[in-house]
Write a protein that binds this ligand. Structure first.
Ligand code: 4BW
Length: 151
């Protein structure tokens, strides 16, 4: 049986693979860039979700866009870190999934992005699915189908 014919692999939904919101580092729309950079550097992640004050998902922000924004002609203009807010430079056009979406929707999305945000029908943030979680699930499926071929 091929991996895609194995229902244990394809029947998994995004909610089963998700890191829940309470474990995800995030920043808020009105945070100064200084705070966002602090969260990114302290957490070690290159990008994190951006939420509004009611915890709805609005986009993502990464280290590179912040560093580009404060880069002047000859130096980093550090004062811009406190003058500017996350909402001015964040990425708003991001893919997102719901908990009920299937595994293949997740697989397609993480081809071009290291993680995908998950929100509910009203737009409230539920968590993220990482490329790592998707690849681990693919690996599990490959081992299972190899095992099934041998027995
Ligand atoms: O702090 C880390 N802990 C661990 N265990 N792994 C880490 C850490 N930082 C990076 N990694 C590894 C992971 O394998 O490097 C990969 C790329 O990290 P990134 O993108 O470029 O910061 C990580 O791959 P991943 O687990 O598939 O995660 C993909 C992306 O999802 C990360 C980051 O942008 C986001 N992310 C993951 N967990 C997160 C998170 N964002 C906020 N909160 C979390 N808990």
């Amino acid at each position: 049986m091929s991996m895609l014919q194995d229902e244990n692999t394809t029947n998994v939904i995004i909610g089963d693979l998700m890191i829940p919101s309470e474990k995800v580092a995030h920043v808020q729309l009105n945070n100064p860039l200084e705070h966002a950079l602090l969260v990114l550097v302290k957490s070690g992640y290159s990008a994190v979700p951006v939420l509004d004050s009611s915890y709805k998902l609005v986009g993502t922000i990464g280290k590179t866009v912040i560093l580009n924004q404060i880069l002047g002609l000859e130096r980093f203009e550090m004062e811009r870190l406190s003058d500017m807010r996350v909402e001015e430079i964040m990425e708003r056009d991001i893919p997102h999934l719901t908990r009920e979406d299937n595994f293949l929707n997740g697989l397609k999305t993480v081809i071009n992005a290291p993680f995908v945000c998950v929100s509910d029908k009203e737009g409230y943030f539920d968590g993220i699915v990482t490329r790592r979680a998707i690849l681990k699930h693919v690996q599990r499926g490959i081992y299972t189908s190899l095992h099934n071929e041998q027995v």
